[in-house]
Design a protein around this ligand. Structure first.
Ligand SMILES: Cc1ncc(COP(=O)(O)O)c(C=O)c1O
Length: 460
């Protein structure tokens, strides 16, 4: 079989015959096959160009084929591309040190870094850390709307039952509490006047043993840790109000419940800070990360934990292990990502671009009543699509716009473009925007034109 001569139809026929559908998601009726990428752009087999406003769910923060990261990766390829994970190499130690030092600068806490290969695996490792620290206590708290991965244990702290129902339980399902999704408040209040009622209700759980959380006789809580995404990602880039997390942290501290901060999607400057939690003045006990650690070049993930959780006496060699964890290519790419962040003032760049894009989206919202909510933190932005009443979720419209974008034929300025969007949110009606942090102002303006062209096409 001459692989290069196979047409797109041939490939799709082979996919239908040989590929498991269980390891991916077919959002499109006719899945696209892409053949190259550059910066903020994807190109299909016919070389049509698509402006990518989701960058592989924020796994490629520094743009496709970023030459600084690629060069570091390729140099490693030419020197020491492979090494069993029981041996050490320079890049692994340097990357752990870099992440630990940068985190210490921000949180004022000493800690260590532990590697694995994917986001869910980093979550699994964090569960081991917490369960070990809490001497086998295995129940977790997490948020409604959370997404922490789909391995068996990660699914137990991910809110959707859909991800668990075919496979039964493995471990214990988390206690899910409402996230401060103020546009659609779970208890029906308005942010201006709510006085954080949701936190008052959460706090009441600890008032009496009859609410099933605490044994007040010896002041022991049944839950080992609280898992959270500082900005809910799959949940629809939901940004909490300013003081929420600091107030939550006070309650958790009072009852000795560690905070596990899942930065797998929001980390590495997506929101303008290395860790999104920095915006909220909290000091998590454990931080998990993956995706953009290598700018999407290599499946490397990891966690940072305070010394008391991860010191080698408590968490000895072999507590977790995976063949590819901390691999040379990934750690070289990770070091290059951290170095890139140091050489470019990403905090300011992301804050400025994010403010510009959010401002323009707010202007667009005045023209289109179906853009019910528009919000953003750095370059993590959301457009919640609704009926013209500005509130009722419109999943069908969201889906149409998404499909039209992928057809690759939006005309503007005498050229044709595609638009890559991602749909998330509790009602599958939110465009979660995660453009490359390297996106240009011209590309942001082009996005605004393409998006409004799609809204016009849908008769909005
Ligand atoms: C916040 C968050 N946690 C965990 C995961 C799981 O990571 P992975 O898909 O690499 O297993 C994801 C993936 O989208 C995520 O966004």
């Amino acid at each position: 079989m001459d692989n290069q001569r196979l047409s797109e139809e041939d490939l799709l026929r082979m996919e239908a015959q040989y590929c498991s559908y269980g390891d991916t998601v077919h959002y499109l009726k006719n899945p696209k096959i892409f053949s190259r990428c550059e910066g903020s752009w994807l190109y299909d087999e016919q070389d049509n160009s698509y402006l990518d406003m989701q960058m592989w769910y924020s796994a490629v923060n520094l743009g496709y084929r970023n030459s600084d990261i690629e060069n570091a990766h390729n140099a490693q390829m030419a020197r020491l591309p492979q090494l069993a994970s029981q041996y050490l190499h320079r890049e692994r130690i340097l990357l752990a040190a870099e992440l630990a030092v940068e985190t210490e600068k921000r949180l004022g806490e000493k800690g260590r870094v532990h590697f694995n290969v994917g986001g869910s695996q980093a979550i699994e490792d964090s569960l081991k850390l917490v369960r070990n620290y809490k001497k086998g206590q295995s129940l977790m708290m997490a948020f409604m709307g959370s997404y922490h991965g789909r391995t068996l244990a990660a699914s137990e702290i991910t809110s959707s039952y859909r991800y668990r129902k075919k496979f039964g339980h493995f471990g214990n399902r988390a206690l899910f509490v409402p996230f401060p999704y103020c546009y659609r408040c779970f208890i029906g209040l308005k942010r201006d006047t709510c006085h954080y009622e949701c936190l008052k209700q959460f706090s009441s759980l600890f008032e009496t043993e009859y609410y099933g959380v605490v044994d007040l006789k010896d002041n022991e809580v049944e839950y080992a840790a609280f898992y959270f995404e500082p900005v809910q990602a799959t949940g629809g880039y939901v940004i909490p109000p300013g003081e929420y997390f600091a107030r939550l942290a006070e309650i958790l501290k009072k009852y000795g419940i560690p905070m596990v901060d899942d930065e797998i999607q929001m980390g590495f400057y997506r929101t303008g800070k290395l860790w999104a939690a920095e915006h909220f003045g909290i000091k998590p006990d454990i931080i998990t990360f993956a995706k953009s650690l290598t700018n999407g070049l290599n499946p490397l993930s990891g966690l940072w934990a305070k010394e008391k959780f991860i010191n080698p006496q408590l968490f000895p060699p072999g507590s977790t292990h995976s063949t590819f964890s901390g691999n040379p290519l990934g750690t070289a790419a990770g070091l290059a990502v951290m170095d890139y962040a140091k050489r470019h003032d990403l905090e300011s760049i992301v804050a400025e671009k994010g403010a510009y894009l959010l401002g323009e989206l707010k202007k667009l919202q005045k023209r289109y009543s179906v853009m019910g909510d528009v919000d953003g933190l750095g370059l993590a932005l959301r457009i919640e699509m609704t009926k013209p009443d500005g509130y009722t979720p419109d999943r069908e419209l969201t889906d149409r716009i998404f499909h039209l974008g992928m057809e690759g034929n939006i005309e503007t300025g005498g050229r044709r473009f595609g638009l890559v969007l991602d749909v998330g949110g509790y009602y599958k009606n939110v465009f979660t925007l995660a453009p490359a942090l390297t996106i240009s102002y011209e590309e942001m303006d082009l996005f605004l034109k393409l998006f409004s062209a799609l809204l016009d096409r849908c008769g909005c």
